[in-house]
Design a protein around this ligand. Structure first.
Ligand SMILES: [Zn+2]
Ligand SMILES: [Zn+2]
Length: 334
Protein backbone atom coordinates (compact mmCIF):
# COMPACT_ATOMS: atom_id res chain seq x y z
CA UNK A 1 0.00 0.00 0.00
CA UNK A 2 1.30 3.41 -0.97
CA UNK A 3 1.36 6.11 1.70
CA UNK A 4 -1.20 8.88 1.09
CA UNK A 5 0.17 11.85 -0.84
CA UNK A 6 3.60 10.27 -1.28
CA UNK A 7 3.26 11.13 -4.98
CA UNK A 8 3.70 14.82 -4.25
CA UNK A 9 7.03 15.81 -2.78
CA UNK A 10 8.17 19.30 -1.80
CA UNK A 11 11.84 19.75 -2.66
CA UNK A 12 13.86 22.92 -2.04
CA UNK A 13 13.68 23.90 -5.73
CA UNK A 14 10.01 23.17 -6.35
CA UNK A 15 7.15 20.73 -5.87
CA UNK A 16 7.90 17.37 -7.45
CA UNK A 17 5.02 15.35 -8.91
CA UNK A 18 6.77 12.01 -8.63
CA UNK A 19 4.79 9.61 -10.92
CA UNK A 20 4.71 12.20 -13.73
CA UNK A 21 8.28 13.37 -13.08
CA UNK A 22 7.10 16.95 -13.45
CA UNK A 23 7.67 20.02 -11.27
CA UNK A 24 5.55 22.99 -10.23
CA UNK A 25 7.30 26.39 -10.46
CA UNK A 26 10.79 24.85 -10.31
CA UNK A 27 13.62 27.28 -9.61
CA UNK A 28 15.96 25.38 -11.92
CA UNK A 29 15.54 23.95 -15.42
CA UNK A 30 13.65 20.62 -15.55
CA UNK A 31 12.34 18.44 -18.39
CA UNK A 32 8.70 19.20 -17.50
CA UNK A 33 7.43 22.23 -15.61
CA UNK A 34 3.92 23.30 -14.59
CA UNK A 35 4.06 27.06 -14.11
CA UNK A 36 1.49 28.99 -12.08
CA UNK A 37 2.23 32.50 -13.39
CA UNK A 38 4.72 34.74 -15.13
CA UNK A 39 6.62 36.37 -12.23
CA UNK A 40 10.31 35.64 -12.48
CA UNK A 41 10.51 33.69 -9.22
CA UNK A 42 7.93 31.18 -10.51
CA UNK A 43 8.46 31.18 -14.27
CA UNK A 44 11.97 30.52 -15.43
CA UNK A 45 13.30 29.81 -18.85
CA UNK A 46 15.11 26.67 -19.93
CA UNK A 47 12.57 23.94 -19.21
CA UNK A 48 12.10 21.18 -21.77
CA UNK A 49 8.32 21.54 -21.66
CA UNK A 50 6.21 24.21 -19.93
CA UNK A 51 2.52 23.79 -19.15
CA UNK A 52 0.87 27.13 -18.34
CA UNK A 53 -2.07 29.30 -19.34
CA UNK A 54 -1.79 31.00 -22.74
CA UNK A 55 -1.26 34.41 -21.07
CA UNK A 56 1.51 33.05 -18.82
CA UNK A 57 3.20 31.46 -21.84
CA UNK A 58 2.99 34.80 -23.69
CA UNK A 59 4.58 36.56 -20.70
CA UNK A 60 7.36 33.95 -20.57
CA UNK A 61 7.96 34.32 -24.29
CA UNK A 62 8.26 38.09 -23.89
CA UNK A 63 10.72 37.70 -21.02
CA UNK A 64 12.85 34.85 -22.27
CA UNK A 65 12.42 35.35 -26.01
CA UNK A 66 11.77 31.64 -26.47
CA UNK A 67 8.65 29.51 -26.47
CA UNK A 68 10.13 26.06 -26.96
CA UNK A 69 8.03 23.31 -25.46
CA UNK A 70 5.15 25.67 -24.63
CA UNK A 71 2.01 23.71 -23.87
CA UNK A 72 -1.06 25.91 -23.23
CA UNK A 73 -3.71 24.95 -20.69
CA UNK A 74 -6.89 27.03 -20.44
CA UNK A 75 -8.63 27.87 -17.16
CA UNK A 76 -10.90 24.99 -16.24
CA UNK A 77 -9.14 22.59 -18.58
CA UNK A 78 -7.89 19.26 -17.21
CA UNK A 79 -4.85 17.65 -18.80
CA UNK A 80 -3.26 14.30 -18.15
CA UNK A 81 0.43 14.72 -17.32
CA UNK A 82 1.36 11.04 -17.10
CA UNK A 83 1.77 8.54 -14.26
CA UNK A 84 -1.97 8.69 -13.61
CA UNK A 85 -1.82 12.36 -12.60
CA UNK A 86 -4.11 15.04 -14.02
CA UNK A 87 -3.74 18.79 -13.72
CA UNK A 88 -6.48 21.44 -13.85
CA UNK A 89 -5.64 25.14 -14.05
CA UNK A 90 -7.90 27.46 -12.04
CA UNK A 91 -7.81 31.28 -11.77
CA UNK A 92 -5.72 32.65 -8.87
CA UNK A 93 -6.58 36.36 -9.15
CA UNK A 94 -2.91 37.38 -8.83
CA UNK A 95 -1.87 38.71 -12.28
CA UNK A 96 -2.95 38.14 -15.89
CA UNK A 97 -2.90 34.40 -16.59
CA UNK A 98 -2.14 33.37 -13.00
CA UNK A 99 -3.39 29.93 -12.03
CA UNK A 100 -3.78 27.62 -9.10
CA UNK A 101 -2.95 24.10 -10.18
CA UNK A 102 -5.20 21.26 -9.01
CA UNK A 103 -3.42 17.91 -9.18
CA UNK A 104 -5.37 14.67 -8.90
CA UNK A 105 -3.96 11.19 -8.44
CA UNK A 106 -5.56 8.03 -7.05
CA UNK A 107 -8.52 9.96 -5.71
CA UNK A 108 -6.33 12.49 -3.88
CA UNK A 109 -6.56 16.20 -4.65
CA UNK A 110 -3.78 18.73 -4.11
CA UNK A 111 -3.95 22.43 -5.00
CA UNK A 112 -0.86 24.57 -5.43
CA UNK A 113 -1.96 28.18 -5.38
CA UNK A 114 1.16 29.90 -6.62
CA UNK A 115 0.63 33.53 -5.61
CA UNK A 116 -2.98 34.67 -5.20
CA UNK A 117 -5.31 37.30 -3.88
CA UNK A 118 -9.03 37.70 -3.26
CA UNK A 119 -9.30 41.47 -3.70
CA UNK A 120 -10.85 42.78 -6.91
CA UNK A 121 -8.59 43.20 -9.90
CA UNK A 122 -9.91 44.13 -13.35
CA UNK A 123 -6.76 42.68 -14.95
CA UNK A 124 -6.97 39.11 -13.59
CA UNK A 125 -9.67 36.42 -13.49
CA UNK A 126 -10.90 36.08 -9.87
CA UNK A 127 -9.64 33.31 -7.54
CA UNK A 128 -11.88 30.25 -7.52
CA UNK A 129 -12.38 28.44 -4.23
CA UNK A 130 -12.02 24.72 -5.00
CA UNK A 131 -12.21 21.79 -2.58
CA UNK A 132 -9.08 19.69 -2.11
CA UNK A 133 -7.28 17.46 0.41
CA UNK A 134 -4.00 19.37 0.55
CA UNK A 135 -3.91 23.12 -0.04
CA UNK A 136 -0.45 24.54 -0.67
CA UNK A 137 -0.73 28.26 -0.01
CA UNK A 138 1.64 31.17 -0.35
CA UNK A 139 2.16 33.35 2.73
CA UNK A 140 3.97 36.46 1.48
CA UNK A 141 1.93 38.68 3.82
CA UNK A 142 1.34 35.99 6.45
CA UNK A 143 1.29 38.22 9.52
CA UNK A 144 -1.80 39.74 11.16
CA UNK A 145 -0.26 43.22 10.78
CA UNK A 146 -0.60 42.94 7.01
CA UNK A 147 -4.04 44.10 5.96
CA UNK A 148 -4.40 45.71 2.56
CA UNK A 149 -6.93 48.55 2.32
CA UNK A 150 -9.49 48.53 -0.51
CA UNK A 151 -7.66 49.57 -3.68
CA UNK A 152 -10.20 52.35 -4.31
CA UNK A 153 -8.88 54.19 -1.23
CA UNK A 154 -5.28 54.05 -2.43
CA UNK A 155 -6.20 55.14 -5.97
CA UNK A 156 -8.14 58.01 -4.36
CA UNK A 157 -4.97 59.11 -2.53
CA UNK A 158 -3.04 59.06 -5.78
CA UNK A 159 -5.63 61.18 -7.60
CA UNK A 160 -5.79 63.58 -4.67
CA UNK A 161 -2.02 64.06 -4.64
CA UNK A 162 -2.15 64.78 -8.35
CA UNK A 163 -4.88 67.40 -7.93
CA UNK A 164 -2.87 69.07 -5.17
CA UNK A 165 0.28 69.55 -7.26
CA UNK A 166 -0.65 70.51 -10.82
CA UNK A 167 2.86 71.77 -11.63
CA UNK A 168 4.70 68.61 -10.70
CA UNK A 169 4.07 64.95 -11.55
CA UNK A 170 3.40 61.85 -9.48
CA UNK A 171 5.99 59.15 -10.12
CA UNK A 172 4.61 55.74 -9.08
CA UNK A 173 6.98 52.81 -8.60
CA UNK A 174 5.17 49.61 -9.54
CA UNK A 175 6.21 46.07 -10.43
CA UNK A 176 6.25 45.87 -14.25
CA UNK A 177 4.16 42.69 -14.45
CA UNK A 178 0.74 42.96 -12.85
CA UNK A 179 0.97 45.87 -10.45
CA UNK A 180 1.52 48.52 -13.12
CA UNK A 181 -1.39 47.35 -15.26
CA UNK A 182 -3.69 47.01 -12.26
CA UNK A 183 -2.93 50.56 -11.10
CA UNK A 184 -3.61 51.87 -14.61
CA UNK A 185 -6.87 49.88 -14.93
CA UNK A 186 -8.05 51.12 -11.52
CA UNK A 187 -7.18 54.72 -12.44
CA UNK A 188 -9.30 54.30 -15.58
CA UNK A 189 -12.14 52.80 -13.53
CA UNK A 190 -11.95 55.86 -11.25
CA UNK A 191 -12.52 58.10 -14.27
CA UNK A 192 -8.92 59.19 -14.92
CA UNK A 193 -8.79 59.27 -18.73
CA UNK A 194 -5.69 61.48 -19.21
CA UNK A 195 -2.47 60.19 -20.72
CA UNK A 196 -0.52 57.98 -18.32
CA UNK A 197 3.22 58.13 -18.87
CA UNK A 198 5.39 55.03 -18.84
CA UNK A 199 9.02 54.17 -18.25
CA UNK A 200 10.24 52.22 -21.30
CA UNK A 201 10.54 49.00 -19.26
CA UNK A 202 6.75 48.91 -18.82
CA UNK A 203 5.70 49.29 -22.43
CA UNK A 204 5.88 45.72 -23.75
CA UNK A 205 4.01 44.22 -20.80
CA UNK A 206 1.24 46.83 -21.03
CA UNK A 207 0.89 46.00 -24.72
CA UNK A 208 0.71 42.28 -23.90
CA UNK A 209 -2.10 42.95 -21.42
CA UNK A 210 -4.00 44.87 -24.09
CA UNK A 211 -3.53 42.00 -26.52
CA UNK A 212 -5.18 39.81 -23.88
CA UNK A 213 -8.20 42.09 -23.62
CA UNK A 214 -7.19 44.38 -20.72
CA UNK A 215 -7.68 47.91 -22.06
CA UNK A 216 -5.42 50.52 -20.47
CA UNK A 217 -6.33 53.73 -22.31
CA UNK A 218 -3.90 56.41 -23.51
CA UNK A 219 -0.34 55.41 -22.60
CA UNK A 220 2.79 57.24 -23.75
CA UNK A 221 6.47 56.91 -23.10
CA UNK A 222 8.36 59.38 -20.92
CA UNK A 223 11.19 59.22 -23.45
CA UNK A 224 8.88 60.70 -26.12
CA UNK A 225 7.62 63.55 -23.93
CA UNK A 226 8.75 67.10 -23.27
CA UNK A 227 9.18 67.86 -19.59
CA UNK A 228 6.31 70.36 -19.46
CA UNK A 229 3.86 67.95 -21.07
CA UNK A 230 4.13 65.72 -18.02
CA UNK A 231 3.21 68.39 -15.45
CA UNK A 232 0.13 67.28 -13.57
CA UNK A 233 0.61 63.78 -14.94
CA UNK A 234 0.90 60.29 -13.47
CA UNK A 235 4.02 58.38 -14.43
CA UNK A 236 4.71 54.69 -13.85
CA UNK A 237 8.16 53.21 -13.53
CA UNK A 238 9.74 50.07 -12.07
CA UNK A 239 10.66 50.56 -8.38
CA UNK A 240 14.36 50.46 -9.29
CA UNK A 241 13.97 53.61 -11.42
CA UNK A 242 12.46 55.76 -8.65
CA UNK A 243 15.73 57.21 -7.46
CA UNK A 244 18.00 56.80 -10.44
CA UNK A 245 19.19 59.26 -13.09
CA UNK A 246 16.22 58.49 -15.28
CA UNK A 247 13.82 60.36 -12.98
CA UNK A 248 15.75 63.64 -13.41
CA UNK A 249 13.98 64.32 -16.68
CA UNK A 250 10.64 64.53 -14.86
CA UNK A 251 9.04 67.79 -13.67
CA UNK A 252 9.44 67.91 -9.85
CA UNK A 253 8.26 64.37 -9.21
CA UNK A 254 6.38 63.41 -6.05
CA UNK A 255 7.56 59.85 -5.41
CA UNK A 256 4.93 57.18 -4.78
CA UNK A 257 5.13 53.42 -4.64
CA UNK A 258 2.40 50.77 -5.01
CA UNK A 259 3.30 47.75 -2.88
CA UNK A 260 1.92 45.70 -0.01
CA UNK A 261 5.19 46.48 1.79
CA UNK A 262 4.21 50.14 1.99
CA UNK A 263 2.28 49.11 5.09
CA UNK A 264 5.72 49.14 6.74
CA UNK A 265 6.65 52.83 7.16
CA UNK A 266 10.33 52.10 7.45
CA UNK A 267 10.36 50.48 4.00
CA UNK A 268 8.72 53.54 2.46
CA UNK A 269 11.24 55.82 4.20
CA UNK A 270 14.22 53.70 3.09
CA UNK A 271 13.18 54.10 -0.53
CA UNK A 272 12.46 57.81 -0.23
CA UNK A 273 8.76 57.27 -0.94
CA UNK A 274 6.64 60.33 -0.13
CA UNK A 275 3.31 58.77 -1.06
CA UNK A 276 3.14 55.10 -0.01
CA UNK A 277 0.25 53.23 -1.64
CA UNK A 278 -0.63 49.91 -0.01
CA UNK A 279 -1.55 47.98 -3.15
CA UNK A 280 -0.66 44.31 -3.27
CA UNK A 281 -1.31 41.43 -5.64
CA UNK A 282 -0.94 38.97 -2.75
CA UNK A 283 -3.53 37.87 -0.22
CA UNK A 284 -3.26 39.77 3.05
CA UNK A 285 -3.61 38.05 6.44
CA UNK A 286 -7.42 38.14 6.35
CA UNK A 287 -7.57 36.79 2.81
CA UNK A 288 -5.15 33.97 3.66
CA UNK A 289 -7.11 32.80 6.70
CA UNK A 290 -10.46 33.26 4.95
CA UNK A 291 -9.26 31.24 1.98
CA UNK A 292 -8.01 28.35 4.11
CA UNK A 293 -11.36 28.37 5.95
CA UNK A 294 -13.36 28.35 2.70
CA UNK A 295 -11.25 25.71 0.93
CA UNK A 296 -11.30 23.70 4.16
CA UNK A 297 -8.60 21.16 3.23
CA UNK A 298 -7.51 18.19 5.34
CA UNK A 299 -4.05 19.69 5.45
CA UNK A 300 -2.51 23.07 4.60
CA UNK A 301 1.07 23.39 3.43
CA UNK A 302 2.51 26.88 3.74
CA UNK A 303 5.29 28.31 1.64
CA UNK A 304 6.71 31.41 0.14
CA UNK A 305 6.87 34.00 2.88
CA UNK A 306 6.10 34.24 6.59
CA UNK A 307 5.09 30.68 7.35
CA UNK A 308 5.23 30.68 11.17
CA UNK A 309 2.26 32.90 12.03
CA UNK A 310 -0.05 31.15 9.56
CA UNK A 311 1.15 27.78 10.83
CA UNK A 312 0.26 28.86 14.35
CA UNK A 313 -3.14 30.14 13.21
CA UNK A 314 -3.86 26.75 11.63
CA UNK A 315 -2.90 24.94 14.84
CA UNK A 316 -5.13 27.22 16.91
CA UNK A 317 -8.02 26.58 14.49
CA UNK A 318 -7.47 22.79 14.78
CA UNK A 319 -6.17 22.53 11.24
CA UNK A 320 -3.31 20.29 10.19
CA UNK A 321 -0.53 22.31 8.63
CA UNK A 322 3.15 22.26 7.82
CA UNK A 323 5.66 24.81 6.55
CA UNK A 324 7.62 24.00 3.40
CA UNK A 325 11.16 25.18 2.87
CA UNK A 326 11.24 26.10 -0.80
CA UNK A 327 14.01 28.34 -2.04
CA UNK A 328 14.22 31.06 -4.62
CA UNK A 329 10.95 32.92 -4.15
CA UNK A 330 11.05 36.67 -3.60
CA UNK A 331 8.38 39.29 -3.85
CA UNK A 332 10.16 42.30 -2.45
CA UNK A 333 8.42 44.75 -4.75
CA UNK A 334 5.08 43.05 -4.97
ZN1 LIG B 1 3.76 36.46 -8.24
ZN1 LIG C 1 5.76 34.75 -5.89
Amino acid sequence: MIAPFSWIRPEPWGIHIVPADAWVDPSRPVPRALVTHGHADHARGGHGMTLATPATLAIMKLRYATSEGASPVEYGETVSIGGGVSATYLPAGHVLGSAQILLEHAGERVIITGDYKRARDPTAAPFEVTPCDIFITEATFGLPVFTHPPIGEEIGKLLEARAESPDSCILVGAYALGKAQRVIAELRAAGHSDTIWLHGAMEAMCRLYEEHGVMLGDLRLVSDAKKDEMRGGIILAPPSALNDRWSRRLPEPVTAMASGWMRVRQRARQRGVELPLVISDHADWNELTRTITEVNPQETWITHGREEALLRWCELSQRRARALALVGYEDEDD
